[in-house]
Design a protein around this ligand. Sequence first.
Ligand SMILES: [Zn+2]
Length: 363
Amino acid sequence: MNRESGGTVPVPGRHRTSRRGRRLLGFVCGIVGLVVFAYVYLQSPFLWFVHVEAGRIPEPAPGTQRILVIAPHPDDDVLSAGGELALAVEGGDSVLVVFLTNGDANQAGERLITMTPFHSARAYRALGGRRQKEAVLALGKLGVTPESALFLNYPDRGLINLVVENALCDTPYRSRFTEADAKYSSNAFNPGLSYCGENLLADLEEIMESFRPTVIYVPHPLDAHPDHAAGYYFGVLAAQRALARDADGAPKTVRCYMTHVAHRPWPWPKGIGLGYAFELLPVYIEEDPWESIPLPKNVEQLKLAAVRSHTSQWWTSRPTLEAFVRQNEIYMVVNIAGMDGVPRWPAASGNGSLARATDGGER
Ligand SMILES: [Zn+2]
């Protein structure tokens, strides 16, 4: 047998080529795997199974507390009152969370949805849908049912405009992000209403009239984020009107939560806040008292899980969000019965224009 005739002669060039080819193939597969992993990780597969239906105003159960949280954006509810919500559910109280916007003007979040540098109204609206899902998932960690979440779908980063220049519905606001001038989500509370202060106030009044909250949570009037300052204005104005209509059905307690503090890091230190307690903010203590509500350890853990459900915010704010999970939650308590006229609200020079306009006064 001729050994040479049956064998192959190694060709150095061909061997090098196949090794280089395998390396290239491995590199390409690695990149593709990394992209697929990043997409799946950032898009949070848990959210694929969450479907957000239109919420409904729960029947107020007699003899229990009725807790209403007004959140400008999805995540403000759990950051500010996640512990209170978990304790309320545990205690058998009725809870309702009202999201004023879908949080759809977040540019980093929108990039996360599209994974491209290009912005589009469609992507911002998709982000709003994703943040709704995150909100429902987060509330579920606290024991709050999806039906107890109402999405009002007013414009993110546009609420302050609804107080002054777009207070009346003959001049609706148009979002430069979603390009919407009316509620676009089919699952929104009162879908299709145009973006104006009158409509937002009417929504909140309808909710309060039906739910008859005993305790409400609103943003602090001096919060540095304009949407939050506006959230205070609308929430307190609606509560004042509920009080004027029917003292028995009006909230007895109004708690204001601080999320964005101007000119100083807040909360501090950043990162998981377990083991820390919020201290009261002396600079913001005026005539209204503050209160600190301690959270049991297990509730801190529930709140952490809820905060971590807002995965679209990890991109930019995870250490800040997690820092809100502490041994307590703090609020300034305002007495709406003792307020003179429109709520104390310093964030815009046109303070009170909506209140006056919808009372039939000046436009
Ligand atoms: Zn917010």
